[in-house]
Ligand binder design. Structure first.
Ligand SMILES: Cc1cc2nc3c(=O)[nH]c(=O)nc-3n(C[C@H](O)[C@H](O)[C@H](O)COP(=O)(O)OP(=O)(O)OC[C@H]3O[C@@H](n4cnc5c(N)ncnc54)[C@H](O)[C@@H]3O)c2cc1C
Length: 384
């Protein structure tokens, strides 16, 4: 149990890209900051997820990173020691995943965020005289303010897959650590295509990709106009009800950038990947240890299935719901309603996907991390 007696200025819950980006902004102001992260390492979950899909290139361009200046990553890649990861994928100058991670770790080290990381899972936040106490497995920290940067926690799975998993069928979600390299992959977005190509490369076996609709080819996962000043200022003056409608209508549809689609098409032509319509029915033959995937008039036999079906839109988890109820913090449709400075109430602030009512559809992306970090209050502002 780690106990810090003198309250810190900030405790950040979650050591992913959003927590790191906020930690960078706050420590640059001279604030005392600790990040609490259960894996014991910054960016662990992000790099695990990227590794699980064999991601090599970022989808966003080189201006999207966790530092202050938009050109920071580009300059970093011009240093002699980074020439091995310096190439950018055209036409949108996308850095490699390795380059993004190396730069993010450099940002963390420059601000001492890795050195001061606290290993633990937060389960509660209590009010005390003059601040807050963050409590959880292996952690008890007092702070004037807390930032929740807990990311997207719920992998999305169809109901039939969850039922078959309970029966012991070999079905894994790509974003749950330890998923096996199954030769059947379900999903039609970037993660599914990357995973299918990676499994084919590693195993050398033909892989089947099961998609609900034809592959959608788009450079980016979200409309770039949502990053523009005009959209952001309109968002700020839109009612909560209209924001909710917009977010529901414009959820992530799952698409694939052109370069990756070209690799998929080559694999299909070679016969190493085949694309199938989403199965109408899947059954688990426990005695034989096989899945049966029914598609139109055919039934295909499978040794195991990987779900690459994305993540659920994040909602407050049980411990955050109980904090919201205990402290009377406002929510709408399971999501915090935030005021200025990403403030939820009582010195608790929020970023990442849970901040989407405040920041719009870009909230969970890297640009959303930079926006949230730039809005956090200065250390001299008294918590209200
Ligand atoms: C493979 C992949 C590629 C992506 N590529 C891009 C891209 O190219 N461009 C782009 O803009 N976006 C991209 N995204 C989307 C997005 O940028 C990232 O998902 C996002 O930045 C994740 O950051 P995060 O900090 O919100 O979440 P996470 O990385 O999930 O971090 C949240 C952290 O909080 C911790 N946590 C959760 N609960 C607790 C708790 N109770 N106590 C303590 N810690 C807790 C978790 O362990 C986790 O480490 C990508 C996403 C993925 C998965």
């Amino acid at each position: 149990m780690r106990v810090v007696i003198r309250p810190l200025d900030w405790v950040i819950v979650g050591g992913g890209p959003h927590g790191l980006c906020a930690g960078r902004a706050l420590s640059a102001q001279g604030a005392s900051v600790r990040i609490v992260e259960p894996s014991g390492a910054l960016l662990q979950r992000w790099s695990d997820r990227a590794g699980a899909v064999g991601m090599t290139w970022m989808r966003s361009s080189v201006e999207h990173h966790l530092d202050v200046s938009p050109s920071s990553l580009d300059h970093f890649l011009h240093r002699p020691e980074n020439l091995d990861v310096a190439s950018l994928a055209e036409p949108h100058r996308r850095p490699s995943q390795a380059a993004f991670l190396r730069h993010a770790r450099d940002v963390a080290a420059r601000h001492g965020l890795d050195r001061d990381l606290v290993c633990g899972r937060v389960e509660s936040i209590r009010r005390m005289a003059g601040g807050l106490v963050v409590v959880g497995e292996g952690v008890e920290l007092a702070a004037h303010r807390v930032l929740l940067a807990t990311g997207s926690n719920a992998p999305r799975s169809p109901g039939w897959a969850r039922r078959l998993q309970r029966e012991g069928a070999p079905i894994d979600h790509v974003f749950i650590p330890g998923s096996a390299l199954h030769l059947d992959v379900l999903g039609g977005g970037i993660s599914a295509v990357q995973r299918a190509l990676m499994v084919q490369r590693v195993t050398g076996e033909p892989v089947r990709l099961w998609t609900r609709r034809p592959i959608q080819v788009e450079h980016f996962d979200l409309d770039r106009s949502w990053m523009k000043h005009r959209f952001v200022s309109r968002w700020d003056s839109t009612s909560l009800a209209d924001r909710l409608v917009f977010l529901q209508r414009h959820g992530r549809r799952g698409s694939v950038p052109p370069g990756l689609n070209a690799r998929l098409e080559r694999a299909v032509r070679r016969g190493s990947i085949s694309i199938h319509r989403w199965p109408e029915k899947v059954t688990w033959e426990a005695a034989e240890g096989r899945l049966r995937m029914q598609c139109r008039d055919r039934v295909l036999d499978s040794g195991g299935l990987t779900l690459a079906t994305g993540l659920e839109p994040e909602r407050l988890s049980w411990w955050l719901r109980s904090i919201a109820m205990g402290l009377g913090l406002p929510t709408e449709d399971g999501v915090p309603v935030l005021g200025k400075n990403m403030h939820w109430g009582h010195g608790i602030h929020v970023c990442g996907p849970l901040a989407r009512l405040r920041l719009g559809p870009m909230a969970s992306n890297l640009i959303g991390a930079r926006w949230a970090a730039s809005k956090l209050p200065s250390v001299r502002m008294q918590p209200v």
